[in-house]
Design a protein around this ligand. Sequence first.
Ligand SMILES: [Zn+2]
Length: 120
Amino acid sequence: MRERFPDLKRHGSKLDRAIDVVLAGGVKEGVFLPSGRKVVTVVGSLGDEFVDPDKPYCSCSNFFFRVLGGREETCYHLLSYVVAVRTDMLDIIKFSDDEYGEYTAATARDVFEVIRKSGH
Ligand SMILES: [Zn+2]
């Protein structure tokens, strides 16, 4: 599958990880209606991470330390989002705006659990 992304090959093993995540259906976009707000989460090896492809931003420690630190270009969660969009494998889940708080709170709990596990 990585042959389909010649422009992403420079990411090496990160691209392989991203493809695995996408094939497992791990990239989810929660769309809240009628506002159209979006929350993207990627299920990684440790659990859910919040991703904002527009900024770009990811809640994982790799992004915080290496990407913001200027040592790496991106993390595999953000790469997963790119691959999911291009392969049309984004798992879009629609919610009503009323559910926004509950959904983000539940996801944030998962994210903090991941941070705790990864020891940062
Ligand atoms: Zn990440």
